[in-house]
Design a protein around this ligand. Structure first.
Ligand code: PLP
Length: 364
């Protein structure tokens, strides 16, 4: 081993492990482990990606001007207050790098997205987890966990992996309860799936306060996960900071072109949403019929409880034996659960069939 030592905190990071993607043998896996969109990407986005091959020898537009304009048009936002990134993960990481450092605290909800504590550790900051109520972020607990060292609060809304969400009023109460020098990061990766009247992705809070940012992604409902494309909407000074920190060409040309085409294809977006609206309630009902614990979800995945960690891993093994991959939840402190993404028609039916056979013999 060399005498090189990384900065404090870095060796505490357990490397992020993504959802499993392959099974032994030649069978194609049914991948329900990473919340990717069942119906895939818009054919128009794929065509734009392919057409971009001829310009691969050129550097991308470093300011992603056309893409930011398209996002701004689509969402009714100011393009100057948008930064694009190689996935929203990049932007979340840059926000933490910019606003937290050694000794600072980054506050998140106990079963919040795993990237938040990992990112905090990467800059030597201390991740602080606030308790939840009913597997949902609890505003009172978050506010009670704030200390003089808190610099950032990160909330996924809806949350991955629980599928729960906070209403507009609750998010406003959170912001109002935080000191003004604390940045509130709203990670709305699954916003397009939510159709609740009391839900807001966060645009209104960014507009009303100068210390709130919202991150969005093309990885989930737009199904461009493999391209790495996300964006952040925030106050001008935070956007300026992100533009200073990011790589000058952080978003590739094909990603920019496919992103514009994906936004243009709202018909395909409606299709993806309709698919989820049809299958999510069906799956929730079937999981319940099987006697499993199901948390209400507003996204494209369901957290399914098996009572014990051992039974959850036996269920995952039973699914895997049929080439169906789901996400184990031990890293989230939820070892008795599996997170299962909404798939295609036959995939959803297969999950229910395999779990039906499983619970018939493996009783709690
Ligand atoms: C998937 C996901 C993201 C981001 O993904 P990118 O592919 O980096 O844009 C961010 N937050 C949550 C909660 C997610 O589930």
């Amino acid at each position: 081993m060399s005498s090189l030592r990384p900065r404090p905190g870095i060796l505490e990071i357990a490397p992020y492990v993504g959802g499993e993607s392959a099974v032994a043998g030649t069978r194609p896996a049914v991948k329900l482990s990473s919340n990717e969109s069942a119906i895939g990407a818009s054919p128009k986005a794929m065509a734009a990606y392919t057409a971009g091959a001829t310009s691969l020898f050129r550097y991308p537009d470093g300011s992603a001007e056309a893409l930011r304009q398209a996002i701004a048009r689509h969402h009714g936002l100011d393009a100057a207050r948008i930064v694009c990134g190689a996935g929203s993960d990049e932007l979340l990481t840059l926000l933490v790098r910019a606003y937290a450092g050694p000794g600072d605290e980054v506050l998140y909800s106990r079963h919040g997205f795993l990237m938040y504590p990992l990112t905090a550790l990467s800059v030597g900051a201390v991740p602080v987890a606030a308790a939840e109520k009913n597997y949902t972020a609890d505003i009172d607990a978050l506010l009670a966990s704030v200390t003089s060292r808190t610099r950032i609060v990160m909330v996924a809304n809806p949350n991955n992996p629980t599928g729960s969400y906070l209403g507009r009023d609750e998010m406003l109460r959170l912001r109002r309860g935080l000191r003004s020098d604390i940045l509130l990061v709203i990670d709305a990766a699954y916003a397009e799936y939510v159709s609740r009247n009391d839900y807001s992705a966060g645009v209104d809070l960014v507009a009303a306060f100068d210390n709130v940012v919202m991150t969005r992604t093309f990885s989930k409902i737009y199904a461009l996960s493999g391209l790495r494309l996300g964006w952040c909407y925030g106050p001008p000074d935070v956007i300026d900071v992100l533009n200073r920190l990011r790589g000058p060409f952080n978003v590739s040309t094909p990603a920019q072109q496919a992103g514009i085409a994906a936004l243009d294809d709202q018909e395909f977006l409606s299709k993806a949403r309709a698919h989820n609206d049809r299958w999510l309630p069906w799956l929730i009902e079937r999981y319940r019929d099987l006697g499993l614990v199901v948390l209400p979800s507003v996204a494209n995945f369901v957290l399914v409880g098996f009572g014990t960690a051992e039974r959850a891993s036996r269920a995952a093994a039973a699914l895997k034996a049929e080439a169906i991959l789901v996400r184990a939840m031990a890293a989230y402190g939820l070892p008795e659960f599996l997170r299962i993404t909404v798939g295609l028609d036959t995939e959803n039916e297969a999950v229910i069939r395999v779990l039906g056979a499983f619970v018939a013999v493996d009783r709690l």
